[in-house]
Design a protein around this ligand. Structure first.
Ligand SMILES: [Mg+2]
Ligand SMILES: [Zn+2]
Length: 202
């Protein structure tokens, strides 16, 4: 039986690429500062990469679900040329107040819920306590914590509400992607949010 692996779960918009709201045009997609260097560090440390992304633009009717194929292809193109591979992409196309009926609903995959991460953990045989979620808002942090991973918030100004409950507390706040990666590779010890916080205290 294959050994289970450790993963970095990556938010997409505002984390690995600059956030252009509801954009699916590949020409407007570029990598954020420090992402190549950071992912190389993490790859050397043995992590696999999984993108975990809310795409409410589908439910809101801004673009069809299959437009995300071009987005994936462009990100893969940019990263593969640096020797970096994304293992898999998970998108939540839902929103409770969308206008496309099929996708307009409450779901358990839209972050801050952990559904996409839990699915990835199952699909890809990932060990949650050795894995991390990196994102630019506290909904990413909450999803990662709820899945039993550790979490890094890239504090780049994209979080504006700062609703800070126990589940929304990151293991670390980083100024940029590279310092997030540097923190993770220097804190490899197996742990998880629930142990760290002592479940009873929640
Ligand atoms: Mg984001
Ligand atoms: Zn969903």
């Amino acid at each position: 039986m294959a050994e289970k692996r450790k993963a970095i779960f990556l938010d997409k918009d505002g984390t690995i690429i600059p956030d252009v709201p509801y954009n699916v045009n590949p020409d407007l997609i570029s990598l954020a500062d420090g992402v190549v260097e950071g992912l190389k560090l993490l790859q050397q440390a043995g992590y696999v990469f999984v993108v975990i992304s809310n795409q409410a633009g589908v439910a809101r009717g801004h673009f069809p679900l299959n437009a995300l194929e071009n987005v994936k292809q462009k990100i893969d193109f940019l990263l593969n040329s640096e020797g970096i591979e994304i293992e898999k992409y998970y998108f939540c196309p839902h929103h409770p107040e969308g206008k496309v009926a099929e996708y307009s609903k409450v779901c358990d995959c839209r972050k801050p819920m952990p559904g996409m991460i839990l699915q990835a953990i199952k699909d890809l045989e990932i060990l949650p306590p050795q894995s991390w979620m990196i994102g630019d808002i506290l909904n990413d942090v909450e999803a990662g914590n709820r899945a039993g991973c550790r979490t890094v918030l890239i504090n780049n100004g994209n979080e504006t509400e700062w609703i800070e409950t126990s589940f929304r507390t990151p293991t670390y706040k980083a100024a940029n992607f590279l310092s997030a990666a540097q923190f993770i590779v220097s804190n490899p010890f197996e742990s998880n949010f629930l142990n760290d916080k002592k479940l009873a205290a929640l």
